[in-house]
Design a protein around this ligand. Structure first.
Ligand SMILES: [Zn+2]
Length: 252
């Protein structure tokens, strides 16, 4: 296929990740409104006067035009929709977790417009509310949209319905809840899933950023949810997230 017959697409995109490429170029990963995740090279983007290079920065929202290439796509043009919001280091560190989760849990060119809307809304909320809770809520909703939601309705061993009143357990390998009775027959180490942690998970899964339902978040339960969530994601993707290491380094 000749170059000009290859598909060219235009879309609104949120920049997830940018890195330098060869001597003068940049490599970018974006999530688009209508075409899912796109990865491309912006040739010449590292030259000082290059406009694309200046616009291509994490969390910027751009209108992009991307030309499909034989090995990798290339950016033909881009224009600014809106600059990234001003964020402090903590907000940026959590934003990086969101961006990396989208990058690892989605496939190239698989349209997921609901996920695009969720990402835009979550990044906007990050600077207005507790970024740790917003990121957890985003991650839990993302798992649902990506088809990886863990099962908290029934015990993954015996199938009994989860009442949410007793101490329970979580198995990243089984992909969900294990009741106290099945704890002894589980073949791998389980994590604590207290009734409070379960309630917190469910609250985060349906959290309305603009009108959050009242909920008392307790530190221990928050840590249980984070532990379940991030080990489950590690189990699903087999990848250590760089952004989580960065959060740990910041002591967050
Ligand atoms: Zn059971």
């Amino acid at each position: 296929m000749s170059e000009n017959r290859r598909e060219c697409l235009q879309d609104e995109a949120l920049v997830l990740h940018v890195k330098n490429w060869q001597t003068a170029d940049k490599y970018a990963v974006c999530f688009t409104k209508n075409n899912g995740k796109l990865r491309f090279i912006a040739y010449g983007a590292r030259y000082v006067k290059n406009v694309q290079g200046r616009l291509l920065q994490p969390f910027a929202c751009l209108n992009i035009e991307v030309q499909q290439g034989q090995k990798i796509d290339k950016l033909r043009s881009c224009e600014l929709v809106r600059m990234p919001q001003g964020m402090d280091v903590r907000q940026m560190a959590y934003g990086a977790v969101m961006a990396e989760l989208v990058a690892v849990l989605t496939e190239d060119r698989e349209p997921q417009p609901e996920l695009y809307d969720l990402l835009v809304a979550s990044l906007a909320t990050l600077v207005k509310r507790n970024p740790r809770l917003v990121t957890l809520s985003f991650a839990i909703k993302l798992l649902g949209l990506a088809g990886f939601a863990p099962n908290f309705d029934h015990c993954t061993c015996c199938g009994e319905a989860v009442t949410g009143t007793a101490q329970g357990w979580f198995s990243p390998a089984q992909g969900g809840y294990v009741c106290d009775k099945c704890r002894t027959i589980a073949e791998e180490p389980l994590q604590s899933c207290s009734s409070g942690a379960l309630a917190l998970w469910q609250w985060l899964a349906t959290l309305d950023y603009d009108n959050p339902a009242p909920f008392a978040v307790r530190g221990g339960e928050l840590m249980e949810v984070e532990h379940m969530l991030y080990t489950f994601i590690f189990f699903q993707t087999d990848k250590q997230l760089n952004s989580l290491n960065f959060l740990n380094q910041l002591g967050l």
